[in-house]
Write a protein that binds this ligand. Structure first.
Ligand SMILES: C[S@@+](CC[C@H](N)C(=O)[O-])C[C@H]1O[C@@H](n2cnc3c(N)ncnc32)[C@H](O)[C@@H]1O
Length: 407
């Protein structure tokens, strides 16, 4: 937590980001890029702004209640939220007009009210609380609490460039303090407010920023050097690059997506990472998939999902989304699993993965697929990464083996 209040300038930046997100509907990433791209903030300053903005968005309904404003109006009440945030953490108020007008009467009563409503205390909107309760039952309160916490910073060492130890030494020389993460082979946790993307280690492709829980997914695919591997929902390539490293750059790794701009980003990242066995190909129609029938030893389907496992990192989503998106996403997930699975060779394997913790997007999808295609595919293993149990973001992965044709 902060040791001193934000400066006026820092408060202005937080208010500008909140207005972009809550009033104008921008994603948090886009709002940061828009507000910070022209500034060269010190790492500690950037970290303080991100900490406050992130926490305000993670528990927006709590701070809105304490400030006596409606969540719907939070985008134009950023200064009240900032004042209440400082008061809540027993920090002196920032030196601003809103602080001078700040009325503490009723604060304690409102805090009691919030304390007795766990959904509000944990920063969860009503639609999400109902969904979590319905799908996760007794497990939901712990997950809800975990999803309201500040995420830690993790990197993945790119073993095409060097080992975890070598990366940690390089980063230490550039002022970045790190430590290894137990149980996640190539993950390191960043311990200080370093400007990671300005380091030579980053520019030279020695690491990518990636949650430690997320690093389990590509590892779950069990790729080997020389294989033919397809990452069919590759996006900007977070997992593609990890697969390339696990393949020691040997074999063929085809990264596909329906969005060409994401693949362009992936190509740049692959160049920086020295991942020379990656080919990026846009999916223009079902023919793109059919042409690859039975060509893959391994297939990763990191499908579009609600993202409810990564709300710590993307807290803006829960104030923009509603449960109405879920059926649309589930239909798309089922379609991708059904059609894209044809790319796996007999004897090959696929991993279906999401960054959601909802069974309807995870276990239920896989069970339904196996009900229909159980004569072709068999479940080999599945794993849930629980934010409550691990402190990481939340994920699901299932590994299916394509049965060999009977002679
Ligand atoms: C969860 S994201 C992938 C994240 C990525 N694997 C990573 O590690 O950074 C899902 C991706 O699926 C893509 N997508 C959406 N519909 C698709 C489809 N029908 N076929 C393939 N990809 C699709 C989206 O553009 C998005 O990039």
């Amino acid at each position: 937590m902060l040791k001193k209040p934000l400066t006026l300038r820092q408060c202005e930046l937080v208010a500008a980001v909140l207005a972009d997100v809550l009033r104008d509907g921008a994603t948090l990433d886009r709002a940061y890029a828009r507000q910070f791209s022209e500034l060269r903030l010190a790492p500690s300053e950037q970290a303080a702004i991100a900490l406050v903005t992130g926490d305000l968005l993670r528990r927006l309904n709590l701070y809105a209640l304490l400030a006596g404003v409606e969540v719907e109006h939070a985008g134009i009440a950023a200064w009240s939220l900032l004042c209440i945030w400082h008061h809540f953490y027993n920090l002196p108020m920032p030196d601003c007009a809103a602080a001078r007008q700040f009325d503490k009467s009723g604060y304690e009563a409102r805090k009691q009210q919030a304390r007795s409503a766990p959904m509000v205390w944990d920063g969860c909107p009503a639609w999400l609380d109902a969904l979590g309760e319905e799908q996760l039952g007794d497990q939901w309160p712990a997950e809800r609490r975990a999803l309201g916490m500040t995420p830690l910073r993790y990197l993945r060492a790119n073993t095409l460039k060097g080992s975890v130890d070598q990366l940690m030494q390089r980063l230490a020389a550039e002022g970045v303090e790190t430590r290894p993460v137990a149980g996640v082979a190539h993950a390191v946790q960043v311990l200080n407010d370093a400007a990671l993307f300005r380091t030579a280690a980053f520019q030279e492709g020695w690491f990518e920023q990636q949650d430690a829980g997320s690093q389990h997914i590509a590892a779950f695919l069990n790729v080997e050097p020389g294989m033919r591997v397809i990452d069919a929902c590759a996006g900007a390539g977070g997992k593609t690059l990890q697969l390339a490293a696990a393949m020691h750059g040997k074999g063929r790794l085809l990264a596909m997506d329906v969005e060409e701009w994401k693949l362009e980003n992936l190509r740049q990242r692959a160049r920086r990472a020295g991942a020379h066995n990656v080919e990026a190909r846009v999916i223009t129609s079902s023919k793109t998939i059919k042409r690859l029938k039975e060509t893959a030893d391994r297939l990763l389907l990191d499908v579009p999902c609600s993202g409810l496992g990564v709300l710590k990192r993307n807290p803006d989503a829960k104030w923009r989304d509603t449960e109405s998106r879920l059926p649309v996403l589930m239909a798309l997930q089922a379609d991708i699993l059904n059609r894209y699975s044809q790319m796996v060779k007999p004897g090959g394997k696929l991993v279906y993965a999401t960054c959601s913790i909802l069974p309807s997007e995870n276990q239920d999808q896989v069970a339904r697929f196996l009900e229909q295609r159980g004569d072709e595919f068999q479940l080999e293993a599945e794993q849930v990464i629980s934010p409550a149990a691990t402190g990481f973001d939340g994920f699901y992965m299932a590994r299916l083996v394509r049965r060999r044709d009977e002679a």
